[in-house]
Design a protein around this ligand. Structure first.
Ligand code: UT7
Length: 324
C-alpha cells in the first residue's frame, strides 16, 4: 500500500487561548504551559463533520490526480458524525461522486484514522480494492462542555485525508512496513462521551452531562505508556530502529505527552512533528492533518520511513510505520 496523496481541511475561525479567559477561570499561560496549545480552529454550523471530511477528500484526490469514481472504498474515522446514520463516509461518497465505493465509519476516538489506515491496508493487500480513501474528521466543539475548563480549552475541529493505492510491484516504494493495534475497554470511565439518544434508556451515568468527560492525569499516564509500547512493537516487527525513521507523527493531544514519549524512546526532537500549538487536539483528524503538513515540512521522498502513533478513548491506540 502506498499513500498517493494527503489532504486537509481546517475551519477558518481561529480561537486563541485568550478567548477562554473571558468565560472560564483559566489563562493563556495555564493552557500553553500545560498543553502546548496556543489556538484552535472552531467550525461554524455550516462546517459539519461531513463538510470538513469532504473538503479534505477533495484536496487529497486533486493532489493524487485520481477520480472519485476510481475509489473502491471510503473509511472515515470519527466520533462526531452529523447523523447516527447515514455515516459520514456515505455522505462523503455522495458529495464527491464515488459511486463505486463501499463506505463506512470507524469509531476508535482519536485513534480512528490509524485504525482506518491499517484496516484499509488489509483490503488493499488482499486485492479487494485498488484505491481507498481514508479520512479522519472530528468536530469536537460540538461535544465538549464549553463550561468545563479541564476539556474545553484542549480540543478543536478539522479533517485530514489520505488516498491509498495497492502496491502492484514487489519492489516499488510505498509500503506499510509494520503496525500495532490495541485497546483496553476497562478504562471507559476516564474518557467517555455518552450517546445522547440512548443514554437514558441504557441507564448511562449522566452526572457529567451529555458531553465529553476526561480524567486528564490518568489519560496522560495511559497515553504515554500505551504509545511507547506500541512504537516499540511496530519497530520490532519492522526490524527497524528510530535511526531508520525520518519523522515521527504522534497524536497531538498535549506537547508534554509528546515530550515524555520522545524522552522515553530517545527520539531526537527534530524528528518529532507537532502542530498542536495551532490546532489543539482534533482527535481522529490529528494524524492525517499532521501527516499532510509533515510531508511538506520534511520534504518526504520515496523510501523515507515515517512512524505514526495515536491514542484515544476506548481506550484505543495504534502505531504504523510506512515507507513513503
Ligand atoms: O486525545 C485523547 C487523549 N487525551 C489526552 O491525552 C489528554 C491527557 N491529559 C492531559 O493532556 C493533561 O492531563 C491536561 C492538559 C488535561 C491537564 O494537565 P495536568 O497537568 O494533568 O493538570 P491537572 O488535571 O492535574 O490539573 C491541575 C490543576 C487542577 O487544580 P488543583 O486541583 O491543582 O487546584 C485543575 O483544576 O489545574 C486545574 N485546571 C485548570 N486551571 C486553569 C484544570 N484545567 C484548567 C484550566 N485552567 N483550563
Amino acid at each position: 500500500m502506498k499513500i498517493l496523496a494527503t489532504g486537509k481541511y481546517l475551519p477558518a475561525r481561529i480561537v486563541p487561548n485568550s478567548f477562554f479567559e473571558k468565560t472560564l477561570e483559566t489563562s493563556d499561560d495555564w493552557i500553553f504551559t500545560r498543553s502546548g496549545i496556543k489556538e484552535r480552529r472552531i467550525a461554524s454550523d455550516r462546517e459539519t463533520a461531513t463538510y470538513m471530511a469532504t473538503q479534505s477528500a477533495l484536496d487529497a484526490l486533486a493532489k493524487a490526480d485520481l477520480a472519485a469514481g476510481d475509489l473502491g472504498m471510503i473509511i472515515v474515522g470519527t466520533s462526531t458524525s452529523d447523523y447516527v446514520f447515514p455515516s459520514v463516509a456515505c455522505q462523503v461518497q455522495a458529495a464527491i461522486g464515488a459511486q463505486q465505493a463501499a463506505a463506512f465509519d470507524l469509531q476508535a476516538a482519536c485513534t480512528g484514522f490509524l485504525y482506518s489506515l491499517i484496516l484499509a491496508n488489509q483490503f488493499l493487500s488482499s486485492g479487494t480494492c485498488r484505491n481507498i480513501l481514508v479520512i479522519g474528521v472530528d468536530k469536537l466543539s460540538a461535544i465538549i462542555n464549553w463550561h468545563d475548563r479541564s476539556t474545553a480549552v484542549l480540543f478543536g475541529d478539522g479533517a485530514g485525508a489520505a488516498v491509498l493505492q495497492a502496491n502492484r510491484g514487489q519492489h516499488c516504494h510505498g509500503r506499510l512496513l509494520a503496525f500495532d493495534l490495541g485497546a483496553d475497554g476497562r478504562y471507559e470511565k476516564i474518557l467517555f462521551m455518552p450517546n445522547a439518544n440512548t443514554a437514558k434508556s441504557n441507564a448511562i451515568d449522566l452526572s457529567h452531562g451529555v458531553s465529553m468527560f476526561m480524567s486528564g492525569q490518568e489519560v496522560f499516564k495511559h497515553a504515554v505508556t500505551a504509545m511507547a509500547q506500541s512504537v516499540q512493537k511496530s519497530l520490532a516487527t519492522a526490524g527497524l530502529t528510530l535511526d531508520d525513521i525520518k519523522c515521527v507523527i504522534p497524536h497531538q493531544a498535549n506537547l508534554r505527552i509528546v515530550k515524555v514519549l520522545a524522552d522515553r524512546l530517545k527520539i531526537p526532537k527534530e524528528k518529532v512533528f507537532t502542530n498542536l500549538e495551532r490546532y489543539g487536539n482534533i482527535s481522529a483528524a490529528c494524524i492525517p492533518v499532521a501527516l499532510s503538513e509533515a510531508e511538506q515540512h520534511y520534504q518526504l521522498q520515496p523510501g523515507d520511513k515515517i512512524l505514526m502513533v495515536a491514542f484515544g478513548g476506548g481506550l484505543t491506540w495504534a502505531s504504523a510505520i510506512m515507507e513513503w
